[in-house]
Design a protein around this ligand. Structure first.
Ligand SMILES: [Zn+2]
Length: 211
């Protein structure tokens, strides 16, 4: 599946290195010496609650304002991601995740007070990220909730920034905590949630990118 393969490419450069992660395994298909992340292995890569197209749930209803639809979905994605991370939080510590990584060689950075990009332990990064996103979602000047208010010109840029940060949490969990997802039997829910998230972003970009 392209969604998961694209996520797997984040750590492509590191494939040359010997993978020491316990969340990796050896591909049963093709070259047996090539290791791939657990989430890309069968049967997990195909485990989902829903099969087929997400078109009917990502397209805006006929009479709903497209920005209203975008705001609603971002809000829902954020709440669900927050809940998933809440379940996994005890496994994401300074010891297990000293950086906000999405596989070896891929560490996301966060801007400090002087706008310098710094590496943070993943739990700190995600705490900042969730707080930063929550502030924006509750900011009436960015996400207005009253019918009389227009969405600001910077609305879609804010949504893109939030969407990018949420993707990083998905990437971190896939690369570092997918074994715990399996242990909790959440893989079908998690994969479907991610597929919905990516489908929504792709559909928006293709159909409404001009907004
Ligand atoms: Zn972690």
């Amino acid at each position: 599946m392209s969604f998961f393969n694209s996520l797997g490419r984040i750590g492509r450069n590191s494939n040359r290195q010997k993978n020491k992660s316990t969340s990796s395994t050896t591909s049963a298909i093709g070259n047996s010496s090539v290791s791939k992340p657990l989430f890309l292995c069968q049967p997990f890569v195909r485990t989902a609650l829903l099969k087929g197209s997400f078109k009917t749930i990502v397209d805006p209803p006929k009479y709903v304002d497209v920005k209203e639809w975008l705001a609603l979905n971002v809000f829902e994605f954020f709440n669900s991601l927050n809940q998933f991370y809440g379940v996994l939080q005890e496994f994401c510590s300074l010891q297990t995740c000293p950086t906000m990584s999405a596989g070896p060689g891929c560490d996301y950075t966060w801007p400090d007070a002087n706008r310098r990009q710094i590496r943070l332990p993943a739990p700190h990064y995600i705490e900042y990220l969730l707080s930063w996103t929550n502030e924006r979602l509750n900011d009436e000047s960015i996400f207005p909730t009253k019918a009389s208010q227009e969405f600001p010109g910077v609305f879609t840029n804010n949504v893109k920034a939030i969407y990018k940060q949420m993707f990083r949490v998905f990437a971190h969990i896939y690369h570092n905590h997918f074994d715990k997802i399996l242990h909790l039997s959440l893989e079908a829910h998690w994969n479907s949630f991610f597929a919905h998230f990516i489908s929504f972003g792709k559909a928006w970009n293709e159909r409404h990118g001009k907004y």
